[in-house]
Design a protein around this ligand. Structure first.
Ligand code: SF4
Length: 314
């Protein structure tokens, strides 16, 4: 690329924060404003290192488990949700609890209870070890079986093939999940599941926006943290379309060598990444040569969630 030639930065839209993440962060912020620190949060409130570091500076204390929380403390459950066992433990220890579980995750929990109550085996499509999966599995652990891949869909065993339901993690890849559900439906023709898949609007839209920029881009940068499921799916999607793609925590992670012979850089961000990080990435790209910025918008998001009732007492 000659020095005067401008590079195009193609922004995906929607990108960055979703309504569930904004709500979860606001719950912690409002508690810190009303009570001051420390406010204990079980697990990262959302999977983003910058968000967590900012809240820590203001008095949030992130813990892995409730036994790290002192008696009488205020505890926030993260956006990814918790199992009934965690709720019960919090009640037993007498914590004041504020629940920042995304309402779309709570919806999946309710489905898990409903399907298990009618006697079905629940095939939960998702990734082992993810906090959301731990929480959903906990609703009916004896009746729920995790299915992580197409291969597992081919081999999963259930006690009664006529009484099977499925659920999905909210942040999965839309296409891969559809493939898994197809396999399950072939094996269990009476399979029942959520009318529309549980993959949330934010994950779906960010994947569609990624597809809209990827084919035009020589390189795709996805802003977010490595433990963010929906963010990792975006990188996989771009690579699946034969694009060079990198997951970057922030602008500091950009390697100038990535831009050699690159005329179009696609940029997006996972649902837990703050929008200001995208702006900083664009600014950093502009320091590496002239740029023109364009956007591909595939959907407008108007979703807003109300605050939990417990917040009214603040
Ligand atoms: Fe809720 Fe989806 Fe955002 Fe997760 S990614 S917090 S499920 S809206």
């Amino acid at each position: 690329m000659s020095e005067v030639q401008s590079r195009t930065v193609l922004l995906a839209a929607p990108r960055a924060f979703c309504a569930g993440v904004e709500r979860a962060i606001e719950i912690v912020e409002r508690l810190l404003a009303a009570r001051g620190g420390p406010i204990h949060v079980r697990k990262q409130i959302v999977h983003n290192a910058h968000v967590v570091a900012e809240l820590e500076k203001r008095g949030a204390v992130f813990v892995d488990e409730l036994d790290e929380v002192p008696a009488g403390a205020t505890v926030v459950f993260s956006a990814h949700g918790v199992s009934p066992a965690v709720r019960a433990e919090a009640a037993r220890r007498g914590f004041e609890v504020f629940d920042a579980t995304c309402p779309l995750v709570s919806k999946v929990h309710a489905e898990a209870r409903r399907y298990a109550d009618r006697g079905d085996t629940v095939l939960l499509i998702g990734h082992a070890g993810h906090e959301e999966i731990d929480g959903t599995l906990g609703e009916a652990p004896r009746q729920t079986v995790l299915v992580q891949s197409v291969a597992e869909a081919h081999t999963v065993e259930v006690p009664d093939p006529d009484r099977v339901s499925y659920l999905t993690q909210t942040t999965l890849a839309v296409d891969e999940t559809a493939e898994i559900v197809d396999v399950l439906r072939q094996r269990f023709p009476t399979l029942r599941g959520p009318g529309s898949a549980d993959i949330c609007y934010a994950s779906t839209n960010r994947q569609a926006a990624l597809r809209a920029i990827a084919d035009e881009s020589d390189l795709v940068l996805v802003v977010g943290s490595t433990n963010s499921s929906n963010t990792r799916r975006l990188v996989e999607l771009a690579r699946g379309r034969d694009r060079a793609a990198y997951l970057i925590e922030d602008a500091d992670a950009i390697r100038p060598g990535w831009l050699d012979a690159v005329a179009v850089v696609g940029v997006t961000a996972g649902a837990s990444a703050p929008p200001y990080l995208v702006k900083e990435v664009v600014d950093a790209l502009s320091e590496l040569g002239p740029i023109t910025v364009a956007e591909r918008e595939v959907a407008q998001e108007t979703v807003e969630f109300t605050m939990p009732g417990a917040m009214r007492s603040l």
